[in-house]
Design a protein around this ligand. Structure first.
Ligand code: RIB
Ligand code: CA
Length: 327
């Protein structure tokens, strides 16, 4: 197990996290911030789980909670490329991070738009950047359209989104893809290396009551906030999935981006439905090669749950060891 951040390792991998916090986005941020082998160049936010204002505020609050005072955070698109925004207050609450009081943010937003920030940071990186989107892909699609030259310095896009068989918004679609299917189509047809971490896996990346108790019993100030937040998140899923457990969708994407050995992937062609009357937002994964289309994504099909849970506890434990912003 690689150690968590005490100070960045010289060969740390440059990452950008594009997210819509969101409870599971929060944990994804924590893993990326804590990992010594990740150089987190910044966090960009997008409208999704909640409005653009709220997801940006939530990212600032998470950075404040964990003491990442110099984390560059830039706010992005307020709505999908062509469609009206669809949020998820029934899952994440009115704030987008309901369930506990987060500190008032002391980490400021960068003045530039997320897309401009991503362009500048990617083109300015001395090593190719791994881009981890965990919300609707609006910012990423805009980036590729505005500054196609960034393609030369993107190592891989490891996205949380889509599914082979599972769904959560419609009988066939996953939320991040459903909110902005045209943006997702732009990413999957970009020709860039893409890893898709979809619901088929992330619905198994579950944190339950025993995990919340373990967090609370740790006595850490970050754990003390994360536990009730994830209990809230688990409650929302209990109503829909029957089990009171929090699927850490986005944290799994970051963990796999950080260490691909955590998961098993298969090369499949993935198409995004943008015209279907009943199927818009579906990721059509050609697992049998019947379309004749060449594979365009590595689709995660298995992962090591125990290793994943250890990574989460180690990351939060590392952040617990920092000074509390609450004094
Ligand atoms: O469908 C789950 C995804 O949608 C996660 O990224 C969650 O945070 C929401 O954005
Ligand atoms: Ca998300």
């Amino acid at each position: 197990m690689k150690t968590m951040r005490v100070s960045g390792e010289p060969d740390a991998k440059p990452f950008l996290l594009d997210c819509d916090p969101g409870h599971d986005d929060m944990v994804a941020m924590m893993v990326a911030i804590a990992a010594a082998d990740i150089e987190l160049l910044g966090v960009t936010t997008v409208a999704g789980n909640q409005t653009g204002e709220k997801t940006a505020l939530n990212a600032r609050r998470v950075a404040t909670l964990v003491g990442e005072h110099n984390l560059p955070i830039a706010k992005g698109c307020e709505r999908p490329l062509y469609r009206e925004l669809r949020t998820a207050p029934h899952i994440h609450g009115n704030s987008g991070l309901d369930g506990a009081d987060l500190p008032e943010p002391t980490v400021a937003l960068r003045p530039e738009h997320a897309v401009d920030f991503m362009e500048r940071v990617i083109l300015g990186s001395d090593r190719p950047v791994t881009l981890v989107p965990t919300g609707p892909l609006t910012n990423v699609a805009m980036l590729l359209r505005k500054a196609p030259q960034v393609r030369e310095n993107i190592e891989r896009i490891v996205l949380m989104g889509g599914s082979m068989h599972e769904s959560n918004v419609t009988p066939v679609a996953e939320f991040n893809i459903f909110v902005d299917p045209e943006a997702a189509d732009a990413v999957f047809t970009s020709g860039l290396p893409v890893t898709m971490v979809g619901l088929d896996l992330t619905y198994r990346a579950l944190f339950g009551e025993e995990d919340f108790v373990r967090l609370e019993q740790s006595g850490g100030h970050v754990s003390a906030v994360v536990a009730p937040l994830l209990r809230f998140f688990a409650g929302a899923y209990e109503k829909r999935r029957g089990t009171r457990a929090a699927p850490l969708h986005d944290a799994l994407a970051v963990a796999i981006a950080r260490d691909p050995s955590l998961a098993e992937t298969r090369n499949f062609h993935v198409a995004v439905e943008t015209q279907g009357r009943y199927t818009t937002g579906q990721t059509v994964v050609d697992t049998r090669g019947v379309t004749g289309n060449p594979p365009n994504a590595e689709v995660a099909v298995e992962f090591d749950l125990q290793r994943f849970k250890s990574i989460i506890f180690e990351a939060i434990g590392c952040l617990d060891a920092r000074p509390s912003p609450l004094g």
